[in-house]
Design a protein around this ligand. Structure first.
Ligand SMILES: [Zn+2]
Ligand SMILES: [Zn+2]
Length: 748
């Protein structure tokens, strides 16, 4: 790690030089190569005469490295070899791979800012099949055949309904319809879908006549504001209440950018939202690529090259879509910008939304951050004039905002005379919705049957043997499961500590909640959406579409049910244990709770029916809940910013987290303390908190210690990291890994 940091500092600032190839004078030429191997960020190599003309910045190469050959990318070319050093020559020029210079620039910036090895960041940004040069095979395109007249099974009809009208890639169709290849093969055999091996349809724009694209006055104002500054950098914070039609604004602007011959990048927080939104973009534009991690190697390589060749006008996907090699981006959209899943919490650690803003600045183009509940950072930037706020206050469909109802569960428990879980108010509203043929959504941010299994005789809580976390009881499979490492075990007959047969489960998860709701409202058809039901089958999109089609009366689930989906028939929304998140020791707890409750509340009454939101809590005075329900956005943000300022938390400060982990607790602790000691004299205007055992002291048999650094600004944090790098402090050592997390999201 120390070596990495030293190198990162050495190569800053990252300015890829794409003019070098043209100006090549005679003589010995040097190329700095970002190698896909540990060590320094870049190494210098000699350019052999036969490559003098053809080798460009961004090209893939193979170079000798130690006793082997490794792959890498040309980072820059220059005339001056390091004095007195004899360079080895580039071995292979992989002409089939080329990264656009602007993509190199943003990855370079990210590697520097997030203190990640440049080669590792490039390896993460460029899919492995592309780096490895997987051989391409023709892509099959599939589209429904309108007048086939074939007799179909129910399942086949379901699949057919999920397919868009114009051809899409085979693999994309499988994901969209959540079906296996054999289902599509059969549909093709009976003539219900049309399959072709090439993409002629992709070559021209298809604009559907069916959907109305008329903008409301508010939407028009937002579109005009962005349209007036296309081709110059500006960050727009599009604050629109749920149901206010942000997507229509994106679509209109995308249309303008695409008609200028440029491309559009649309980022979403969750893969499950992609099919819904992608379908809306596909109805308007023909050349849309959905950027997924679920592609096969061949598909990934093919898609990468198709995007790089300019054959795609719009890329839509989760945070890694930021690295799609679009040749000439004219607009970036980050939808649901407040969502924590834009942060990648494994290496390379980066904040996708923040990086998108940097990218737009480098490209000199506008970027839109869309949300109904802005992140505190973006809100802060907007009120200080760094971002341009745009507001959508109305729901164009005429949907009324829901009526809020805050239920005091302490009182409810007294009234119901037992440990109440679902309030009478929520039961009544769900029953009413159900009777009227409407729908409900109930959120509880905890899966399984019960989160705690404890012994009534001795108080022992059954823990995961590999993590410092209690096991969750899953009744469906009758197992105890660890949500951190996946460990599973049968429900024990007796307490592992005192051997009494006195184990009992405690607390509430979505599995049990679904059961209780069914009991409370007989006849109500429920559908549960959480990590257990969605699982590995990518069934999320299919379940939501079944709910949209009215196959269930009530959707029960974790925060998966709270995100940007549009169900016009939903008139009751319930939030169980809404204040539970507030007890998490994290300075963002109030912001998260506010966002989650406001988001899920916005799911009610999106059609013509007014809705009710029932929020259950013990702490009914909590400002995060009260403000979320009354949509007092400004009041909440003003108070929260004040709090953050008082305690020096972002956005009023810069933050950094070191997380040390390893199998030996003694080693981890010793090393954390050694590093902290070495850093302390370098702190200047920054403050070091810790090191201490991390909130969860062990995950997957790795002991965890951490330390937080707070500084007056992000810049101060960067300067500290430069000093640490210059001092050559080894952040990790044998047996102890150190993760450096700049602008951390999780701090426990
Ligand atoms: Zn016991
Ligand atoms: Zn575990």
């Amino acid at each position: 790690m120390s070596d990495q940091l030293g190198a990162a500092q050495h190569t800053l600032p990252f300015v890829p030089d794409d003019t070098a190839a043209e100006e090549a004078p005679e003589g010995d030429w040097v190329a700095d190569i970002a190698v896909d191997a540990p060590g320094k960020d870049v190494y210098s190599y000699r350019v052999p005469p036969e490559l003098m003309q053809s080798l460009a910045v961004g090209d893939g190469v193979e170079v000798p490295y130690g006793g082997r050959r490794v792959r890498g990318f040309v980072w820059r070319r220059h005339a001056q070899p390091p004095s007195g050093v004899r360079l080895r020559a580039i071995a292979v020029h992989r002409q089939e791979i080329h990264l656009p210079p602007h993509l190199l620039a943003v990855v370079g910036w990210a590697a520097g800012y997030y203190r990640c090895h440049l080669g590792s960041f490039l390896a993460a940004a460029v899919p492995a099949p592309v780096r490895e040069g997987v051989r391409l095979r023709p892509t099959r395109m599939v589209a429904p055949h309108a007048e086939s007249g074939a007799t179909l099974t129910k399942r086949q009809r379901q699949v057919l309904e999920l397919l868009p009208e114009q051809p899409i890639e085979w693999a994309a169709a499988l994901r969209l319809a959540c079906c296996s290849s054999s289902v599509l093969e059969r549909l093709a055999a009976v003539g219900a879908v049309h399959v072709e091996e090439h993409r002629t349809i992709d070559e021209h724009h298809l604009i559907s006549k069916e959907e109305s694209f008329a903008l409301s006055d508010e939407q028009q104002v937002a579109v005009d504001a962005v349209a007036a500054s296309l081709s110059q950098h500006n960050v727009f914070l599009l604050y629109g209440v749920t149901g206010s039609g942000k997507t229509l604004v994106y679509l209109d602007l995308a249309q303008r950018v695409i008609s200028q011959g440029q491309q559009v990048l649309v980022l979403l927080p969750e893969i499950s939202l992609t099919p819904q939104l992608a379908a809306r973009f596909r109805r308007r534009f023909a050349r849309v690529a959905v950027w997924h991690s679920g592609f096969s190697a061949g598909e990934r390589a093919e898609q990468w090259q198709r995007v790089a060749s300019g054959a795609v006008d719009l890329v839509i996907g989760t945070r890694s879509a930021l690295f799609a090699p679009l040749p000439d981006i004219g607009l970036i959209v980050v939808d649901e910008e407040h969502d924590p899943s834009y942060k990648q919490d494994s290496e390379p650690r980066y904040q996708g939304r923040d990086l998108a803003v940097v990218y737009a600045r480098q490209l000199g183009i506008p970027i839109i951050l869309g949300t109904a509940t802005p992140s505190l950072e973006s809100y802060h930037n907007a009120i200080h004039g760094r971002y341009t706020p745009l507001t959508l206050k109305q729901r164009p469909g005429g949907g009324a905002l829901p009526t809020p109802l805050l239920v005091d569960m302490a009182q409810e428990c007294r009234a119901q005379g037992r440990k109440a879980v679902v309030s009478q108010a929520l039961i009544d509203h769900l029953r009413l919705s159900c009777e009227r043929g409407e729908q409900g959504i109930v959120l509880l941010n905890r899966r399984g049957w019960a989160p705690i299994v404890e012994c009534l005789a001795c108080g022992h809580v059954v823990m995961c043997p590999h993590c410092d976390i209690g096991l969750t009881y899953h009744k469906g499979s009758d197992q105890l499961r660890c949500h951190y490492c996946g460990y599973e075990t049968a429900y024990p007959d007796a307490c592992p500590a005192c051997h009494e047969p006195a184990l009992s489960s405690k607390g509430l998860g979505t599995e049990q909640l679904e059961h209780l709701l069914k009991q409370a409202v007989p006849g109500m058809r429920t559908l549960r959406v959480d990590a257990d039901t969605v699982g590995r089958k990518h069934a999320h999109a299919r379940m939501l579409s079944r709910f949209a089609q009215g196959e269930a009366d009530c959707l029960v689930g974790t925060q998966m049910v709270a995100k940007g989906l549009d169900f016009p028939k939903v008139t009751t929304v319930g939030v169980i244990q809404a204040d539970r998140g507030l007890s998490i020791p994290d300075f963002r707890a109030a912001e998260r709770t506010f966002q989650l409750v406001a988001q899920v509340a916005g799911r009610a009454g999106r059609g013509s029916h007014p809705g009710t939101v029932v929020v259950q809590a013990f702490d009914t005075e909590a400002p995060a809940l009260r403000c979320a329900l009354s949509l007092a956005v400004k009041r909440f943000y003003t108070a929260e910013l004040q709090q953050r300022a008082e305690h020096s938390y972002p956005p009023h400060a810069g933050m950094l987290r070191f997380l040390w982990s390893g199998p030996s607790l003694r080693r981890v602790q010793n090393h954390a303390e050694t590093v902290a000691g070495a850093i302390t004299p370098l702190l200047n205007d920054c403050r070091l908190l810790g090191p201490t055992p991390s909130g969860i002291t062990m995950i997957k048999d790795q002991q965890r210690w951490h330390a937080l650094v707070k500084g007056p600004s992000r810049r101060a944090i960067q300067r500290l990291m430069d000093r640490i790098a210059a001092a050559n402090i080894a952040l990790d050592c044998s047996g102890v890994r150190c993760a450096v997390d700049v602008d951390p999201i999780t701090i426990c």
